[in-house]
Design a protein around this ligand. Structure first.
Ligand SMILES: NC(=O)c1ccc[n+]([C@@H]2O[C@H](COP(=O)([O-])OP(=O)(O)OC[C@H]3O[C@@H](n4cnc5c(N)ncnc54)[C@H](O)[C@@H]3O)[C@@H](O)[C@H]2O)c1
Length: 382
């Protein structure tokens, strides 16, 4: 067992203390649950324009700097890593400022409001020499890890299709007040693909499945929402996106679909992946986070079966949590942070690492092609 007093401590600053900034604080607040982890991680400062957001962080005992000016956090020599969880139109400017200050960065997706921004950030990450990764937590789930292992075992036979999906229904209520995530100027022209796209792109890209062609069906379902001041505001981002992709799997051109939906009736927050081949297949969804489905066909008897297996707490970075217990969103977010910190310390040791700047740029290339496909109603080659 490692002694926490002798381990180095990584000091983290957060820019953007909203929904995700607070989730990150929760991950650091119980860092000690990670077994034999090479570094301690401590949240030391937060920058946000909103006073109530800053007020919330006063309950975190390790936080010593709260500021409305993020430059103050960047000027602090006692901050090693910055986590940015801010609206998409600010990604390029703030991420470039973080790198210019020489800080390592875990950057929230989509890693820039569009492809041009993502390319600039990735170039700056490279020239700065800073350690930079993009947020995407679902691959750290036990079920997703099993899907990745399954593909590496090469059991599929002839690949048939891949479907990666992320569905929620937070926007089904037409009376929900507008926020920055529903407006192109803040969220980006790619709309729902900026919100959810990195989540469906990460696993296929990590498996080396880079799309060569894109045909997109993008939907804008509600075009107006209450503005919260008694009037209405334009809701001008794409709500749902179906991307029909061609991908080379084991030398075979294979259909792959990336589905991202804000209006998926009945879904609260369901991330799923299904990979099918002629000999075997695998399916996992956060809708049933303990359940892994594996398909197998016996070539001699012809018998086909889907086998259901219960999963426990089989995460890449071991914790004190009992192996039979269930995994949840805060756990998987901490696992992603563990992936970031372990790789930064050169201690990944074959475990899964966070999305790279190259993967974030590759996802943006697909989203940019999807916009072109939608505009011209035809498939676009990449
Ligand atoms: N990984 C995930 O699962 C996940 C989930 C939701 C959102 N996100 C991403 O996280 C980022 C933030 O989303 P969110 O849901 O936390 O948004 P949010 O609106 O809840 O929080 C954003 C925060 O940024 C602050 N902010 C705005 N401008 C600022 C500035 N100039 N300086 C400092 N703070 C500023 C706001 O006051 C707000 O508190 C986005 O990139 C989003 O796509 C990721």
């Amino acid at each position: 067992m490692s002694d926490s007093s002798t381990k180095p401590t990584v000091r983290v600053g957060i820019i953007g203390g909203g929904l995700m900034g607070k989730e990150a604080a929760s991950a650091f607040g119980r860092w000690f649950v990670l077994n034999d982890f090479p570094v301690n991680a401590e949240l030391v400062g937060v920058a946000d324009l909103s006073e109530p957001a800053l007020e919330w962080f006063k309950q975190v005992p390790t936080v010593r700097l709260l500021t409305t000016d993020y430059h103050e956090l960047l000027a602090d020599p006692d901050v090693d890593v910055i986590y940015c969880a801010i609206p998409h139109h600010l990604h390029e400017k703030v991420y470039l400022d973080v790198l210019a200050a020489g800080k390592d960065l875990l950057a929230e997706k989509p890693f820039g409001i569009d492809l041009a921004a993502a390319e600039k950030i990735a170039a700056a990450a490279k020239s700065s020499g800073c350690f930079v990764r993009c947020s995407s937590e679902f691959p750290f789930l036990p079920g997703t890890q099993r899907v990745i292992d399954f593909v590496k075992q090469d059991r599929l036979g002839v690949p048939i299709q891949v479907v990666c999906a992320f569905h929620h229904s937070s926007d089904l209520d037409p009376n929900k007040t507008i926020n920055w995530k529903r407006q192109t100027q803040f969220c980006g022209e790619i709309g729902v693909m900026g919100d959810l796209g990195m989540h469906v792109a990460h696993v296929p890209l990590r498996l080396g499945w880079k799309p060569s062609q894109v045909y997109a069906q993008l939907q804008q379902i509600y075009t107006e929402r209450p503005d919260g001041k008694g009037g209405s505001a334009a809701c001008d981002t794409w709500d749902n996106a179906l991307l029909h992709l061609d991908v080379d799997i084991n030398g075979k051109s294979t259909p792959m679909r990336w589905e991202t939906k804000r209006l998926a009736p009945g879904e609260t927050d369901s991330w799923s992946i299904e990979i099918l081949g002629t000999d075997a297949g695998i399916r996992f969804s956060t809708k049933n986070p303990k359940t892994l489905w594996t398909f197998q066909r016996d070539s001699e008897s012809g018998k086909q079966e889907w086998v259901q297996e219960d999963l426990g707490f089989e995460v890449p970075f071991k914790t004190i949590t009992g192996g039979i217990f269930e995994v949840g969103f805060p756990d998987v977010l901490q696992q992603m942070w563990a992936g970031f910190m372990a790789e930064r310390a050169d201690e990944l040791n074959g475990r899964f690492g966070c999305a790279t700047p190259e993967e974030a740029v590759a996802s943006h290339q697909v989203f940019a092609a999807a916009l072109e496909s939608q505009q011209n109603a035809r498939a676009v080659s990449l």
